[in-house]
Design a protein around this ligand. Structure first.
Ligand code: AMP
Length: 230
């Protein structure tokens, strides 16, 4: 049983997740956010929402996302800056999927006069490549409420149907084989350098965690890390 019930805040919990696609960042970011009572900000979810709403951002991002390519930095920096300026981010936030490039990390560092990057905890989740491929190829997604399932690890009660809202589950375009290969390549070339960037910048705030363990075990370690920094 994962106990992510909210705790009273001690100080702002500002958390960034690093790690390749399929490492479990979204799941763990949700649990950490809930535990510390702060919003989870997933740029992937924000972009998928923009695509569903057919906004100008969604129209630009859609084709890139389907191919597994990253969306241009200025767009991402803009939407994250707007989101972090909202009052619910005052007690902190958990970022899932941002920053993903050095330019985004630099952009984040200067937002709000550097305030968002103060007291930051960086959680780098590592998972072997074969396991990432297994997780991504079995992932199923609800286009209505964005819940995710896995055909083996976390199947819905009724095959192909979302437990939460009853909609039909699909495989995301970017979880198909060619797009997955491109996403992993984008990760290796553009996101992995952030490990060195944050590791050198503030070694005490940077933590690498083995993500190839049960969800509740990984969460227990992450929770302890964030608690110890507040
Ligand atoms: P995710 O749900 O985090 O795996 O993101 C899905 C897709 O959204 C990625 O493959 C990118 O195309 C796009 N995306 C999400 N976050 C970012 C980001 N910070 N920078 C660029 N593209 C992003």
């Amino acid at each position: 049983m994962v106990d992510a019930s909210p705790r009273a805040a001690a100080g702002p919990a500002r958390v960034i997740f690093l790690g390749p696609p399929g490492a479990g960042k979204g799941t763990q970011a949700g649990l950490v956010a809930r535990h510390f009572g702060v919003p989870k900000i997933s740029t992937g979810d924000m972009l998928r929402e923009a695509i569903a709403q057919k906004t100008p951002l969604g129209l630009q991002a859609g084709p890139l996302m389907e191919q597994g390519r990253l969306v241009p930095d200025p767009l991402l920096i803009g939407i994250v800056e707007d989101r972090l300026s909202q009052p619910d981010c005052g007690p902190g936030f958990v970022l899932d999927g941002f920053p993903r490039t050095l330019a985004q990390a630099e952009g984040f560092g200067t937002m709000a006069g550097g305030r968002h990057a103060g007291g930051l905890v960086v959680l780098n989740v590592e998972v072997p490549r074969e396991e990432l491929l297994r997780r991504l190829s079995g992932r199923r997604w609800c286009p209505d409420c964005q819940a995710t399932f896995h055909v083996h690890n976390d199947p819905p009660k009724q095959q192909g149907i979302c437990d939460r809202c009853g909609a039909s589950l699909i495989q995301r375009e970017d979880d198909k084989e060619t797009a997955v290969a491109r996403r992993l390549q984008e990760y290796d070339e553009r996101t992995a350098p952030l490990i060195g960037y944050y590791g050198q910048r503030d070694a005490q705030a940077f933590h690498t965690v083995d993500g190839h363990r049960p969800v509740e075990v990984v969460f227990g370690e992450l929770r302890g890390i964030v608690e110890s920094t507040r």
